[in-house]
Design a protein around this ligand. Structure first.
Ligand code: ADP
Ligand code: MG
Length: 247
C-alpha cells in the first residue's frame, strides 16, 4: 500500500523551478534511497514532504490523507496531524546544546504527546539502549562524537513514533570512520520494517539496504528502480554519468 503519494509536484524559488514535475510513491516498509548531484532538489523535496517548504503545484498524500491536493493545502490542524507521522533526520543533527541526551529526545514528546512522564522515560531508555547510547543518557551533546550525535538525532525522531523516517544526508557531515555506526542504526531500522526515505551519497547503503532508488537530476526524477537494475543497468545517460563518478 502506498504510504506516501507524490504527484506532479512543482516548486520554485523566486523564478527558478527547482522541482519540476516530481511524482513517486512510497509503499509501507519501503526503503527509498534518493541519489543525485548537489543542487538537484533532493533536500527541497524532503522539506516539502514535512511542510518545511510549500509547493506551488501538485499533490502530496501521506497515509491516505491529503497534505496538499492540486496545490491547495489542507487546514493547518490537518497538516500538523499529517506531518507528525513523519520524522526527519538532518545532516547537521540540530541537537540542543544546553539539553542532555535524554532531555533532547524527550523534549518533543513532552510538548506534544499526551503521554505520562513515566511512559516517556521508559521509552527513551529503551530507545537509547537500542542505539547503544545508554551510557550517555545525561551527557551534553558537546561531549559526543558526530556519529553519536547523529544516533541521538535518530533516537529523537523515533521518540515521536513516526510512520515514516526521512533522512537528509545523515552521514555527510561525519568523518568517514563515524559513518558506519550511523548506517548500522539505519540498517537495523530497515530490518525492523521502518518505512524510510534516505537522501544519501552512500551508494553501498543504497545498494544493500534500499529496495528502491530514485536518481534526481536538475529538479526531475531522471530514473528510478530497484537497486540491482538501476546500479548495474542504468537506462539514462545522465544516470550512467552520475554513477560513473560516484560508484
Ligand atoms: P540538493 O539537496 O539536491 O543539493 P536542494 O534542494 O538543496 O538540492 O536545492 C535545489 C536548488 O534550490 C538549488 O539550486 C538551490 O540553490 C536552490 N535552493 C534551495 N533552497 C533554497 C532557498 N531557500 N532559496 C532559494 N533557493 C534555494
Ligand atoms: Mg541537500
Amino acid at each position: 500500500m502506498a504510504i506516501i503519494e507524490i504527484s506532479n509536484l512543482k516548486k520554485s524559488y523566486d523564478k527558478i523551478e527547482v522541482l519540476k514535475q516530481i511524482s513517486f510513491d512510497v509503499n509501507n516498509n519501503d526503503v527509498v534511497a534518493v541519489i543525485g548531484p548537489s543542487g538537484s532538489g533532493k533536500s527541497t523535496m524532503l522539506r516539502c514532504l514535512v511542510d518545511l517548504e510549500k509547493i506551488d503545484a501538485g499533490s502530496i498524500r501521506v497515509c491516505g490523507e491529503e497534505l496538499v491536493k492540486d496545490g491547495i493545502y489542507s487546514q493547518p490542524q490537518k497538516i500538523k496531524q499529517i506531518t507528525t507521522k513523519m520524522g526527519m533526520v538532518f545532516q547537521h543533527f540540530n541537537l540542543f546544546p544546553h539539553l542532555t541526551v535524554k532531555e533532547n529526545i524527550e523534549l518533543a514528546p513532552k510538548l506534544v504527546k499526551k503521554e505520562s512522564v513515566a511512559n516517556i522515560h521508559e521509552r527513551s531508555m529503551k530507545i537509547l539502549k537500542k542505539i547503544g547510547l545508554s551510557k550517555f543518557t545525561n551527557v551534553y551533546p558537546a561531549k559526543l562524537s558526530g556519529g553519536q550525535k547523529q544516533r541521538v538525532a535518530i533516537a529523537r525522531a523515533l521518540m515521536m513514533e513516526p510512520e515514516i523516517l526521512l533522512f537528509d544526508e545523515p552521514t555527510s557531515a561525519l568523518d568517514p570512520e563515524l559513518t558506519g555506526e550511523v548506517l548500522e542504526v539505519m540498517k537495523d531500522l530497515a530490518e525492523e520494517k521502518m518505512t524510510m526515505i534516505v537522501v544519501t551519497h552512500e551508494m553501498g547503503f543504497a545498494k544493500e539496504v534500499a529496495n528502491k532508488v530514485i536518481f534526481m537530476d536538475n529538479g526531475v526524477i531522471e530514473e528510478s528502480g530497484p537497486p540491482n537494475s538501476l546500479f548495474t543497468n542504468p537506462q539514462s545517460a545522465r544516470t550512467k554519468a552520475f554513477l560513473s563518478r560516484n560508484l
